[in-house]
Design a protein around this ligand. Structure first.
Ligand SMILES: [Zn+2]
Length: 318
């Protein structure tokens, strides 16, 4: 277990913090880990997640479940790499079933009538694309069947207005309960925010979304809200196409908007991650702090944010 990481309670590790698919700096693509004791969960699998998880001491043999907020490539592009590099005994990888939870198929409205793949098709395609390697290693290295170890569950809510969306349970084991809510990331549908609750506290993820009432409902009283943010001024000033700038405006959240959501939720701490566009170093924090009265931090790849265990603190010495 040399080099592996165990948390004494519940901890967020921002493995990658950049929006994409674009490389505008050294930060890794969006991916986050929730570590609870000796197990961990991942939310999104952006560019660099495999190396970042390894560098953080996270090995596949302690990986329980992965959650896909939506199927934009900057959130799922390195799912194959993470699975293939964390599979079986030779790499301290998973040998027990792991759960992958993500969006069901898009019914196609708004996409010219053509239905789009969901998480089940994504994973089936992955297994097919890498079938040569999977077969060779299962036969030659006695690795367990990858196909047998991946438990895919799709989230397929009815299409409902953002403001009406209610949180719903999606996963539970002996360490954590995970709840999701439909967020507002047009034209992508469905797209989700996730909340992790454990005995030590809670961490909530926005996924990609415009400023969302439903997300503030999911995040009520959360210890840490991990929220995306976009610097619209960057795209406008850099001369991006008007339609592209409009997509950023209607499907993402400004840092001031993230602050408003955190404030409405009564979150204790706001961590900005999935930063879209380049900005001056203090831009993100200053904007969010203008609308949120709690603690604001701008995440960098590899940063760790322990959840303060209020229950433990309450019984500490007075
Ligand atoms: Zn997206």
């Amino acid at each position: 277990m040399k080099g592996t990481h165990v948390s004494s309670g519940m901890e967020l590790i921002t493995l990658g913090t950049a929006a994409g698919p674009a490389i505008r700096g050294p930060e890794g693509g969006i991916a986050s880990a929730v570590v609870i004791g000796d197990v961990f969960y991942l939310v999104d699998f952006g560019l660099g997640v495999t190396r970042a998880a390894h560098a953080a001491g996270l090995r596949g043999n302690r990986f329980r479940a992965g959650f896909l907020s939506h199927l934009h490539s900057d959130h799922i592009g390195e799912l194959p790499g993470f699975l293939l590099w964390n599979w079986g005994p030779p790499v301290d990888g998973f040998t027990e079933p792991v759960t992958l939870i993500g969006p069901g198929a898009d019914p196609g409205r708004g996409h010219g009538g053509c239905g789009l793949a969901g998480t089940r098709q994504l994973v089936a395609g992955l297994l097919d694309a890498f079938s040569y390697d999977l077969h060779i290693r299962e036969a030659d290295e006695a690795r367990p069947s990858m196909a047998d170890l991946l438990r895919v569950e799709e989230l397929t809510p009815d299409r409902i207005a953002d403001a009406e969306a209610q949180p719903f349970p999606v996963y539970e084991d002996d360490r954590v309960r995970v709840t999701a809510v439909l967020v507002d990331h047009p034209p992508v549908f469905p797209a989700f925010g996730f909340r992790f609750d454990s005995d030590h506290g809670s961490i909530t993820f926005s996924g990609d979304t415009a400023e969302s009432v439903a997300l503030s409902r999911l995040a009520v009283g959360t210890d840490i809200l991990v929220h995306e943010a976009v610097n619209l001024g960057f795209y406008a000033a850099a001369g991006f196409d008007a339609a592209f700038v409009n997509h950023q405006r209607i499907s993402h959240t400004t840092p001031a908007g993230a602050g408003r959501v955190a404030e409405a939720a009564g979150a204790k701490q706001l961590v900005l991650s999935h930063l879209a566009g380049v900005a001056e170093p203090d831009y993100w924090e200053t904007e969010a702090a203008g609308t949120f009265s709690g603690s604001v931090q701008v995440a960098r790849s590899g940063d760790r944010f322990p959840v303060r265990d209020s229950r433990s603190a309450a019984i500490g010495p007075v």
